[in-house]
Write a protein that binds this ligand. Structure first.
Ligand SMILES: [Fe+2]
Ligand SMILES: [Fe+2]
Length: 181
């Protein structure tokens, strides 16, 4: 069976790659050029539809289990759980802007710039906290029963971008990731 901590960390590495790509597009705003809204939209689509619906619900269960073993971590874990809700809400807003921008609707650049830059920083810090404060403790204390509960939290989702059979809509995101590698 796959080591759950290794799988958890691997997903964070994937998400950070996406945030790096998003960052490159946010940098374009300051040049006065048009960012690649289509690419940004695909990244947000993935984060909103895969990460928010599979990765985060599993973490919510892992955090609750971890808090039972480690009461000293409860505040940190509660904050991270709350951040999942904030990330989902912020992602919905940004996704809407990007859908409008790609549909050629007139939407103030500053709105998209602020939403994207804020999302990026907030999300990056969130992943860093999990990597630094949570994963090694989880590796030490979570039991087989805890991991079973984490797995059972949501049905196993096919990863449409980094999985074995990526969806066509993510072709450009995959190409960009390969260029960065
Ligand atoms: Fe998280
Ligand atoms: Fe995470």
């Amino acid at each position: 069976m796959t080591d759950p901590i290794a799988a958890w960390h691997a997903e964070h590495v994937y998400f950070k790659r996406l945030l790096d790509l998003l960052h490159k597009q946010v940098d374009v705003f300051s040049t006065g050029q048009r960012p690649n809204y289509e690419l940004m939209l695909d990244i947000l689509h993935y984060l909103r539809h895969y990460t928010d619906q599979f990765h985060h619900p599993r973490e919510d269960v892992a955090f609750a289990r971890l808090a039972r073993h480690c009461p000293d971590m409860k505040l940190t874990l509660d904050r991270l759980t709350q951040e999942h809700r904030v990330i989902a809400r912020a992602g919905t807003t940004l996704l809407k802007y990007l859908e409008e921008a790609t549909a050629e609707a007139v939407i103030p650049l500053a709105e998209i710039e602020v939403a994207a830059a804020t999302y990026l920083v907030y999300y990056g810090n969130h992943i860093a906290r999990e990597e630094e404060d949570v994963l090694s403790r989880a590796a030490q204390v979570l039991t087989a029963d805890d991991w079973e509960a984490v797995r059972a939290a949501v049905p196993v989702g096919h990863d449409p971008l980094f999985g074995d059979h990526p969806e066509e809509r993510y072709r450009e995101v995959r190409r960009q990731i390969a260029l960065e590698a």
